[in-house]
Write a protein that binds this ligand. Structure first.
Ligand SMILES: Cc1cc2nc3c(=O)[nH]c(=O)nc-3n(C[C@H](O)[C@H](O)[C@H](O)COP(=O)(O)OP(=O)(O)OC[C@H]3O[C@@H](n4cnc5c(N)ncnc54)[C@H](O)[C@@H]3O)c2cc1C
Length: 412
């Protein structure tokens, strides 16, 4: 039975980064990494951006060259899924029957794309966008499919809509709520992106529940039936309605959690010597007013990897990283910092009509987050305002010509 001083489950951003950091920070023990995917660790963000657009080949999105892992003494077990954990024995079992033991375990299982639960939700021609295999399946139908329905107006749905419309496809975007990005951004940003997509020919349908997927005799999707009875004819459906965190074996083994596995400020779960990091880790985040949240971003995956690794090597530092994120749609670069969840006021800097503006989110007058569209300077300078929770003068904040760093200086 193979034993690793540190065993990592998950070869996504968090798991791969943990392995890389263990070596960078001179961890001398054995390191193994088990991943359910057969691919070497790769970047996920391009999947709904340049990889889907055919502008980047797979090798260019690998997190490290294939020989890196062996060279660093990191043993990879690809295409293996962990199905059970025996925490008292410090051991786990995979679906293929292999058993491993560990000194420390880092669980970085991420999540699986949520699927439609309505009638027809398992028809052929429905796609998710989580893995390389998912996106290769979408790319394989591009030559035949002209009409795409995208269910979900979050970042992934919007990015897919941008790529597909750029490829000349007829795209209908269906969102259940009354605006896109409703869970993560304010109405100004939602309205801006809705207008942009419409200007690029995307048919944006808001406040539309999906009742069923219509399918032909071969169970191939032919349309999306909305709650009001409207049928949107389609050749393919992309479902971008979030993820279900991959925590099954941990929770079954008794770890506390629910929506994700609960971790403390060092990313430790309630199981002995078991850490959880990345999309699946529910942690108390000071940028969310201390609420327990899961943050789905590369930043969080990388920074939690560092937190877990530092604890393992004996130089612990509690997780306190400022959240940041980006999204590319058309020629727009959105950069966000902080979490807008707990804001009570918004200030817009600049005119959205110029396609360069920022939305600043405040709570009781203190800056908690920024969404910057084609305005990198605000993003870079606004970061300090979020980190410090700076209390700002609204008039100066609203003046797009006043650099945000001056607000830091004035209020700092
Ligand atoms: C299309 C797309 C676009 C995105 N765009 C952005 C962006 O622009 N900016 C940004 O910051 N973030 C973006 N994200 C989010 C970001 O990619 C995720 O937050 C990040 O990948 C999380 O890393 P993770 O390691 O926690 O999970 P994942 O990357 O999901 O990796 C989890 C890995 O664990 C494996 N695994 C799960 N369960 C088991 C098991 N039982 N046994 C073995 N292996 C298992 C999985 O197969 C997978 O390889 C995007 C995500 C997607 C899907």
């Amino acid at each position: 039975m193979p034993h690793f001083d540190c065993l990592i489950v998950g070869g996504g951003h968090a798991g791969a980064q943990a392995a890389i950091l263990l070596r960078q920070l001179k961890f001398e023990g054995t390191v193994g990494l088990i991943s359910g995917e057969t691919e070497y660790p790769y970047e996920r963000p391009p999947l709904s951006k340049d990889y889907l657009a055919g502008e980047k080949i797979f090798d260019r999105i690998l997190l490290r060259p294939r020989n890196f892992w062996g060279d660093q003494g990191i043993e990879l077990f690809l295409g293996e899924r962990v199905k059970a954990l025996q925490p008292a024995e410090h051991s786990l079992t995979t679906a293929s029957g292999a058993e491993f033991t560990y000194g420390k375990l880092i669980w970085a299982g991420g999540g699986v794309a949520r699927r439609l639960s309505c009638p027809g939700g398992t028809a052929k021609g429905l796609f998710t966008v989580r893995t390389r295999a998912d996106v290769d399946a979408v790319m394989a139908v591009l030559p035949q499919a002209e009409r795409f329905a995208i269910v979900g107006g979050g970042y992934i749905g919007l990015e897919a809509a941008a790529v597909l419309s750029k490829l000349g496809k007829q795209v209908t975007l269906i969102e259940a709520l009354d605006r896109v990005l409703a869970r993560v951004a304010g109405p100004e940003l939602s309205a801006f992106f809705e207008d942009e997509h419409r200007a690029h020919g995307v048919d944006v349908r808001l406040a539309c529940g999906v009742e069923a997927i219509e399918a032909d005799e071969q169970d191939r999707a032919t349309g999306v039936r909305l709650a009001d009875g409207t049928i949107i004819p389609t050749d393919a459906v992309i479902v971008g309605i979030g993820i279900v965190p991959e925590t099954g074996p941990l929770l079954l083994a008794g770890a506390s959690g629910g929506n994700g596995v609960d971790v403390d400020e060092y990313c430790l779960t309630s199981l002995p010597d078991v850490y959880a990091i990345g999309d699946c880790a529910a942690h108390e985040n000071r940028f969310a007013e201390g609420r327990r949240v899961r943050v789905e971003s590369v930043q969080n995956a990388n920074d939690q990897a560092r937190t877990a690794v530092q604890h393992i090597i004996g130089t612990p530092a509690p997780y306190d990283a400022v959240p940041w994120f980006w999204s590319n749609q058309y020629d727009l670069r959105l950069q966000t910092v902080g979490l807008a969840v707990a804001h009570d006021e918004r200030v817009v800097r600049g005119d959205p009509a110029t396609r360069s503006f920022s939305v600043v989110y405040l709570r009781q007058g203190h800056v908690v987050a920024l969404d910057c569209v084609n305005r990198t300077k605000d993003y870079v300078q606004g970061r300090a305002l979020v980190v410090d929770g700076t209390r700002v003068d609204r008039d100066r904040l609203a003046d797009a010509d006043t650099p945000l760093k001056e607000l830091t200086a004035a209020q700092g």
